[in-house]
Design a protein around this ligand. Structure first.
Ligand SMILES: Cc1cc2nc3c(=O)[nH]c(=O)nc-3n(C[C@H](O)[C@H](O)[C@H](O)COP(=O)(O)OP(=O)(O)OC[C@H]3O[C@@H](n4cnc5c(N)ncnc54)[C@H](O)[C@@H]3O)c2cc1C
Length: 525
């Protein structure tokens, strides 16, 4: 410390933002002995949006926990272990993705073929299910772990300037009216979309190419009713114990139930729909939106917001530059794509793993330069492919059958990738959503591009067939089985029957399922 000058803090790595991603990154870095300064403008516990996890996110969290010897983090990868080890950290049971397609102004109508539904299970039972992360608790828990591991957590700290030098990167910051100078050899920006470096370094916003401009309107509620009412036919999992999606032309509503009585709910709307309901009005806009969706309105009839509505005027965004010699943005700071497929967490966790690899395996110099260039390319490519598919889903919200077929591209890639990783064969699943697979990747992009044109007649029929053909070699979950009538359970038989697509035998699959606790519904510890 220089007398009278700013307090100087030296670290190997500085991380800006102590959301789950920054806190987890700091924790992993501490496990490798790095000195870490974690800089946060707010104070925990605090509200954060982005709550629904997926099997791939859980797997990536598990892998990081194993790699960095973090059993206290590993418990968060599954509902069962989470409930037993950390009942103090609220979360929600997520057994799958539930989509219901609504026609504005009309009651929701079911039919025996479930033509207006898509239920895709992500787990066979609760014990190994995913969770919605109640971020005020979850992020705080991760921050505490990072602090306990020795990270210097500077909350309520404003970063005023960033300067990249030859040997270090320096943050000029202010905390409690005190000036700080934080010098680090590397800086990771985990401050979320349009975050700290985006603004301070003027990194520039890249235009969205496929996603229409959308707005967000959301909050946390109490007293949200269950959507699903008991019926003669048993769905593959309780549809409310899921990421519940109500889809309608020009937008969708999510509802994520936590185990503390709170439900996160909100809407992503095209600018057109947002203007129609005057989204900036908050609660009254929400009421206007629900007025056009009578059955959803019934679900929220007694719901009370526990926080003011947040209106985001521009939900999706991309940052042009995501790295330099001494800094990099996490994927969650590099862009946010509409949360329709809950892609934020897995993309972010992939990015965390890659940056940790780079910091562990390279020093300053050319090798690091090359690795960071590859990181930037992967980050942008994965945001591109996600944006393109989600953009295509927006284009087909008026056509549930095509929307559902397209969404199966995501579910096929996700379930195939998870199985490949769990079999110890990650090489079979290159890139997020298999986008670097020479067969699947080009088809994923081509089918998304065609759907964006909203084809009709023969062209639409040809696209439906093309998507099916793209999925078939990677379908390990019975996704093309018409008898399922848009309800897809997780079944061991499907994996066993399709083991050959993973270059595996029935024994490999059986061992993998046993390792994962697939058939175990009662915890043994
Ligand atoms: C409406 C919406 C819904 C979403 N739903 C999902 C979902 O269901 N599933 C999913 O996987 N993803 C979802 N996402 C994406 C998800 O929110 C992100 O992937 C996730 O929040 C990233 O976590 P993070 O820790 O990187 O960033 P954040 O959660 O944004 O945390 C950033 C932290 O940095 C701090 N910070 C910001 N600026 C500064 C600064 N200048 N100086 C210091 N600190 C700063 C903030 O206070 C905050 O604590 C959603 C996104 C949106 C917009």
């Amino acid at each position: 410390m220089t007398s009278g000058g700013p307090l100087r803090i030296d670290a190997d790595v500085a991380v800006i933002g102590s959301g789950f991603a920054g806190a987890l990154t700091a924790l992993c870095l501490r496990q490798t002995g790095r000195d870490v300064a974690l800089v946060e403008r707010g104070r925990h516990p605090r509200f954060a949006i982005g709550e629904s996890s997926t099997p791939l996110a859980a797997l990536l969290l598990e892998e990081l926990a194993d790699r960095y010897h973090l059993p206290g983090i590993r418990v968060f990868s599954k509902w069962g272990t989470w409930q037993r080890a950390r009942p103090d950290v609220a979360c929600g049971l997520k057994r799958g993705f539930s989509f219901y397609f609504h026609a504005p102004g009309k009651p929701f109508g079911d039919d025996p073929g479930h033509e207006r539904q898509l239920l895709v299970a992500a787990s066979p039972h609760d014990e190994i299910a995913d969770a919605h992360w109640y971020r005020p608790d979850f992020d705080h828990a991760l921050v505490r772990e990072a602090e306990a591991a020795g990270a210097i957590h500077l909350d309520e700290t404003r970063v005023d300037a960033v300067a990249e030098g030859d040997r270090e990167v320096v943050l000029e910051a202010t905390r409690n009216d005190r000036s700080l100078r934080i010098a680090a050899r590397f800086l990771i920006d985990a401050s979320g979309p349009r975050g700290c470096l985006h603004r301070l370094l003027g990194l520039g916003e890249a235009p969205l190419r496929w996603l229409p401009p959308t707005q967000g309107l959301y909050t946390h509620f109490r007293n949200v009713r269950l959507w699903h009412r008991p019926s003669a036919e048993e769905p593959p999992y309780p549809p409310d114990a899921a990421a519940l999606h109500h889809v309608f032309p020009g937008g969708w509503i999510w509802a994520l139930r936590f185990n503390n009585g709170i439900t996160s709910a909100g809407a992503a709307l095209t600018d057109e729909v947002a203007a129609t309901v005057r989204a900036a009005d908050g609660a009254t806009a929400w009421a206007r939106l629900l007025a056009g969706l009578p059955d959803v309105a019934r679900q929220f009839e007694n719901a009370e917001p526990v926080l003011p509505f947040i209106h985001s005027t521009k939900l999706g965004c991309r940052t042009r530059r995501v790295r330099s010699r001494r800094w990099a943005l996490l994927p969650s700071a590099a862009g946010v794509i509409d949360p329709l497929l809950s892609t934020g967490f897995p993309l972010t966790l992939l990015g965390i793993g890659r940056l940790l690899d780079i910091l562990e395996t390279t020093d300053d110099g050319e090798a690091r330069e090359r690795a960071l260039a590859t990181y930037a390319e992967q980050t942008q490519e994965e945001l591109d492919v996600t944006e393109q598919l989600v953009g295509a889903l927006y284009a087909t919200m008026t056509d549930p059958a095509l929307f559902k077929r397209l969404a199966l591209l995501y579910f096929a890639a996700a379930s195939y990738s998870e199985a490949a990783w769990r079999l110890g064969r990650p090489g079979l699943a290159p890139g997020f959503m298999l986008h670097r697979d020479p067969r699947f990747g080009p088809e994923l992009r081509a089918c998304s591009a065609l759907a964006l044109q909203q084809p009709a007649g023969d062209e639409r029929a040809a696209l439906m067939r093309r998507i099916e053909a793209a999925i078939a070699p990677f379908d390990t979950a019975g996704l093309l089985d018409a008898d399922r009538r848009h309800w897809y359970p997780v079944r061991a038989e499907d994996l066993l029957a399709n083991a050959w697509k993973l270059g595996a035998g029935a024994d490999d699959i059986a061992r993998m399922l046993a390792r994962c606790g697939f058939s175990r519904s009662v915890p043994t510890h």
